[in-house]
Design a protein around this ligand. Sequence first.
Ligand code: ADP
Ligand code: MG
Length: 240
Amino acid sequence: MISMRHVDKHFGELHVLRDITLEIPRGQVVVVLGPSGSGKSTLCRTINRLEPIDSGEIYVDGEQLPEEGRALASLRAEVGMVFQSFNLFSHKTILDNVTLAPTKVRRLSRDEAKKNALALLERVGIAGQKDKYPAQLSGGQQQRVAIARSLAMNPKVMLFDEPTSALDPEMVNEVLDVMVSLAKEGMTMVCVTHEMGFARRAADRVIFMDNGAVVEDSDPESFFTAPKSERAKDFLGKIL
Ligand code: ADP
Ligand code: MG
């Protein structure tokens, strides 16, 4: 579903992705771990081309990432992304937040988009809040709306970049539960998260990054119980 081949990227002098080669099959749930500044967010952002790359190739479902224009817009519709900050449209209701892109980009009728949106809001457990505005919801509820909004585009891949790190602790699980259920339904997911509970419950694979490179790539059990590199051992020692 996602194929990255020899991807390199710099920000000026900083070599932020170093020769990244990754194959992520359909339905796989990958947790990306690593210290702050190791390139996790940049990696995610290259997959829907929020960040251009210097060299290498990235394919999503067999298609190489387009440079720009309509092809890029349609690719972005297939790769959903959920960020740490929820980025909802503050002046729109919850329902309108979820129907906006499908009506504008997918050209669904208002009725159809609304029907889908209500089903998605139901699925993330907040259908009752549909007529409220984002500021009237808790952080956990807003993040679940953000997930529903991404799913409304019917993406092939979902990218999550520290989706729970801005939340109060008691709201973390309500968001992780939605992610776990998506994982069980077979969504292809790349999740930057330090939530070990999620990694253990849902991940098929853990990728550990350091200094722009993939340092370990293994199943969660092996990674957590027997990390191979000193850098991963050191990292786990700090977060566990
Ligand atoms: P992580 O998500 O693992 O914390 P990032 O991918 O956000 O790491 O950042 C990797 C490195 O690239 C960091 O050193 C960061 O400061 C730098 N960086 C990220 N975005 C930019 C940018 N737009 N311009 C310049 N440097 C950036
Ligand atoms: Mg980051």
